[in-house]
Design a protein around this ligand. Structure first.
Ligand code: SF4
Length: 309
C-alpha cells in the first residue's frame, strides 16, 4: 500500500525545530491515543500493535528526492499518526542517517517506550519530542483517551527508560487544555511526573488550532506564563516562529499548500508567514481551492482555518 499524498511534507515552520521537513510514516489517524485536542481529527485505528504500514525503501527514496530540492533545518518523523507504530521505524531512521546529516527529530506521543524495540529504534534519532500532559491516571485518560493497554504508569516507565538510554536531546511537550489539566493540583502532579523523565526542556503548548473535540480550548497567555514560572527555568512556552528567509521565495505551489493543510488546519496568515507571499495572493489561491472543493473552512475561537476535505 502507498500513501496517496506521499510520505514527505513541507518544509513547514515548526515552533520547536525551525524549518522542518516532515516524514509521515503512518496512515492518517492511526494512533495509540485519541487526544481531545488532536488537530488531525478523531483516531480511526487505535492500536498499540506495530505494523509495516508502508515500504521503508519507498519512504527513503521520496525523502532523498525531496532533499535534492529543499534544505531544511531538521527532518522530522511526524504527520498524521503515531510514528513509533511503524514496524520498520529502526530501518527508516538508520536509512535517513545514511542519506543526510541533517538532524533527525522524532515527534511522538511517547506512549510506547515501554517496548524495548521502540527505544532501540528511537536511539538513532538526534532529538526526541514526546508528549506528557498529565500526572494523574484519570486526567491522562480524559485528555488522551488511550488504547486500553496503555496506562500513565507504563508511559512514565517507558519515558524513564528512554532517558536512561538516549544521549540526545529530549524536548518534552506539555499540552495544556483549559479546565482539563491546568488546575494547580494537576500541574503539581505533572511536575512530579516530569521529574521522572528528566527532559532537557519542558515545552508548554496549548490548544490553538481546531481540535478534535470543540470543548478542548486553550489557556490564555497569563495562565501559561504562571505555569511556566512554576516549572522553572527549564520550561518555555513554545510560540509561533518568525518566517524564515530561506522560504521567502515563490513557494506557493498548490501541492505544498494542500500537503500542509492535510496535516493540520492553517490560517491564511500562517500560509503567508511561511511563504512570504502577500495575504492577497494567498486569499486568491485559497478561494480557488475552496471553489474546487479541494479544501474546506473551519472556524475555531473566532479564527478561520483551512483544511483538506
Ligand atoms: S495529537 Fe498526536 S497523539 Fe494525540 S491523537 Fe492526535 S496524532 Fe495521536
Amino acid at each position: 500500500m502507498e500513501k496517496d499524498s506521499g510520505y514527505i511534507f513541507g518544509p513547514v515552520p515548526s515552533r520547536r525545530l525551525g524549518l522542518s521537513l516532515g516524514v509521515d510514516l503512518i496512515p492518517r489517524k492511526t494512533c495509540s491515543f485519541d487526544c481531545i485536542y488532536c488537530q488531525v481529527g478523531k483516531t480511526t485505528d487505535k492500536r498499540t500493535e506495530n505494523k509495516d504500514f508502508y515500504e521503508p525503501l519507498e519512504i527513503l527514496s521520496q525523502l532523498r528526492k525531496r532533499l535534492g530540492e529543499r534544505h531544511p533545518d531538521t527532518i522530522t518523523l511526524a504527520g498524521s499518526g503515531e510514528p513509533t507504530l511503524h514496524k520498520g521505524l529502526k530501518e527508516i531512521i538508520n536509512g535517513i542517517k545514511k542519506i543526510t546529516d541533517i538532524p533527525l527529530a522524532l515527534l511522538t506521543n511517547g506512549s510506547l517506550f515501554w517496548r524495548q524495540e521502540v527505544i532501540d529504534a528511537a536511539l538513532g534519532a538526534d532529538i526526541i519530542l514526546p508528549t506528557l500532559s498529565a500526572g494523574t491516571e484519570g486526567t491522562f485518560r480524559r485528555i488522551h483517551r488511550p488504547h486500553p493497554e496503555i496506562t500513565l504508569a507504563k508511559v512514565l516507565e517507558g519515558l524513564g527508560r528512554l532517558r536512561n538510554s538516549f544521549s540526545g536531546k529530549i524536548l518534552l511537550e506539555v499540552m495544556l487544555v483549559k479546565g482539563v489539566n491546568d488546575q494547580d493540583h494537576e500541574i503539581e502532579a505533572l511536575r512530579d511526573a516530569i521529574t521522572q523523565v528528566a527532559p532537557d526542556r519542558i515545552q508548554l503548548n496549548t490548544v490553538v488550532r481546531p481540535p478534535s473535540e470543540s470543548y478542548a480550548t486553550g489557556l490564555d497567555s497569563e495562565r501559561l506564563e504562571q505555569i511556566r514560572r512554576f516549572f522553572g527555568d527549564n520550561a518555555e512556552i513554545i510560540a509561533s516562529p518568525a518566517p524564515k528567509d530561506s522560504l521567502k521565495k515563490s513557494w506557493v505551489l498548490e501541492r505544498d499548500l494542500v500537503e500542509m493543510m492535510r496535516r493540520r488546519p492553517v490560517t491564511a496568515q500562517d500560509i503567508s508567514s511561511v511563504t512570504g507571499e502577500s495575504l492577497e495572493k494567498i486569499n486568491q489561491l485559497v478561494e480557488e481551492l475552496l471553489s474546487r472543493r479541494v479544501i474546506e473552512e473551519r472556524v475555531h475561537e473566532g479564527r478561520l482555518y483551512y483544511t483538506v476535505k
